[in-house]
Design a protein. Structure first.
Length: 95
């Protein structure tokens, strides 16, 4: 596998998952904390990676339904951190 990907127990993440983009700013603190924990879990190939991903998933949904982030924002975060494709299904909640 090349250096552009990180293989974990839950899938193969692109190294860009560690790069901040415009969607990684002004997040609710609870979502930011869950993303940080997930990134640590990815780096360490944690056995709890599935749980960390579930936490991020729930936090993204909570932030979306509370109106703290937009649908576009939530879809981008799901695709980036959870390896989900929201474009294919068109659903807000594809997991």
């Amino acid at each position: 596998m090349d250096n552009n990907y990180i293989k974990t127990r839950q899938g193969t993440f692109p190294v860009t998952v560690f790069e901040k983009d415009m969607y990684d700013v002004n997040l609710p603190k609870y979502l930011e904390n869950d993303i940080k924990a997930l990134l640590k879990g990815i780096k360490e190939n944690s056995t709890l990676l599935d749980c960390l991903m579930d936490e991020v998933y729930g936090s993204i949904n909570g932030a979306y339904w509370d109106g703290q982030i937009s649908e576009e924002h939530s879809n981008h975060l799901r695709e980036k951190y959870l390896l989900l494709s929201c474009k294919e299904s068109g659903d807000k909640d594809v997991r």
